[in-house]
Design a protein around this ligand. Structure first.
Ligand code: NAD
Length: 338
């Protein structure tokens, strides 16, 4: 992931690279882990500036990337259009089309079907697998966020029979104990932001404390903190956002026996389909949306089952289990070289 953000620093990039390494290990994607960024304020860029920065960034790292070296992808404030510029720039430098150098491209420009929905659908597939452990006729969920990752998750959860009773975005939060309708939320979102006539208005932060089975933070980081962790009522938390829970909050949640599926597993659908995109670019064999999503579902549900079995056998808190499992896979891979 290459991000555009004013916070980019060498230390942050190193930390995010480690996170990526752990995520690939948990999802069993045969990649290592890397990250990159441009320290820039994305809100102040014209489209021309975004394009020129995307292209010059690629020129400056072109020796470090390639289909067999490192394969960048979108991250904060970058989209499929930025990926198209980057792929085009790298290809111009090499004098031939090299689609496998970047993932997250538009479908019309060697991207993969299903990539846009991959993170949200992936998390929903994890939740469905988790439902086997939940003893309830009607499972309820609250989702914080309604962006690229959250919106497809809400759609898939509704399709799979989970009642999404609350959804929020940066403008506010809506609640309906009978369940919100995805179609209404989408039409509402396009026209007015999520604060419109769907359900009742609730306070934006209260969404985290609702009495639901599953809480899905899918917006921003550090929203579950020492301050509110004690008031979380959900028995399950599935982290679509990166880093929504602070270390101090983790300690409270662990004490409360909350079952947590950490970000490195719950949002790994995106990198999984990036990997599929790279496979398609290398083979020239392009898959249908159904095939992409079926493979994603099988892969992420298997990753979840491995995680669950590991967690239960060791009696660990969710985040610790995922990190340990990933670290062990990395260590055993390294040991083959000894
Ligand atoms: P996005 O910008 O498309 O959406 C962010 C959403 O959060 C928007 O609906 C916005 O209104 C909402 N939001 C912002 N501030 C809020 C607040 N204070 N309260 C409630 N809602 C708020 O971003 P995204 O791509 O959907 O990413 C969301 C999270 O998921 C990030 O943490 C990101 O790192 C993570 N993630 C995304 C992907 C992906 O494929 N998009 C993959 C892995 C992880």
């Amino acid at each position: 992931g290459i991000r555009f953000s004013t916070d980019v620093s060498e230390e942050e990039v190193k930390a995010l690279s480690l996170w990526m390494t752990l995520k690939n290990a948990v999802a069993e994607i045969p990649y290592g882990g890397a990250k990159g960024g441009v320290r820039v304020d994305p809100d102040r860029l014209s489209q021309g500036e975004e394009e020129r920065i995307s292209r010059s960034y690629i020129r400056s790292i072109s020796d470090q990337i390639g289909p067999d070296i490192d394969i960048p992808a979108p991250d904060m404030n970058t989209s499929s259009r930025h990926m198209a510029w980057r792929m085009d720039e790298y290809s111009l430098m090499r004098g031939r089309k090299v689609p496998g150098v970047i993932t997250g491209k538009p479908v019309e420009m060697f991207g993969s079907e299903g990539r846009a929905d991959a993170t949200g659908f992936g998390a929903a597939y994890v939740i469905v697998e988790m439902l086997e452990d939940i003893d309830s006729d009607q499972v309820t969920a609250a989702v914080q966020g309604f962006g690229n990752a959250a919106e497809p998750a809400v759609r898939k959860l509704e399709e799979l029979g989970v009642k999404v009773v609350a959804v929020s975005d940066h403008t506010g939060a809506r609640y309906d104990e009978n369940g919100l309708s995805y179609d209404e939320l989408v039409s509402c979102d396009r026209e007015h932001g999520i604060v419109c006539e769907v359900g009742d208005e609730i306070d934006n932060m209260d969404i985290l404390e609702l009495d639901v089975d599953i809480l899905v933070p899918a917006a921003i980081q550090n929203v579950i903190t020492e301050e509110n962790a004690d008031r979380i009522s959900a028995d399950y938390i599935v982290e679509i956002a990166n880093g929504p829970t602070t270390r101090e909050a983790d300690e409270v949640l662990e004490r409360k026996d909350v079952t947590l599926v950490p970000d490195i597993l719950a949002n790994s659908g995106g990198v999984t389909v990036s990997y599929y995109e790279w496979l398609q670019n290398r083979s020239g064999d392009y898959w249908t949306r159904e095939k992409v999503l079926e493979k994603l579902r099988n892969n992420i549900q298997q990753a979840y089952r491995d995680f669950r079995d590991y967690r239960d056998s060791k009696g660990l808190y969710g985040r610790d289990a995922a990190y340990q499992m990933a670290a062990q896979r990395l260590v055993s891979a390294r040991e083959t070289l000894r």
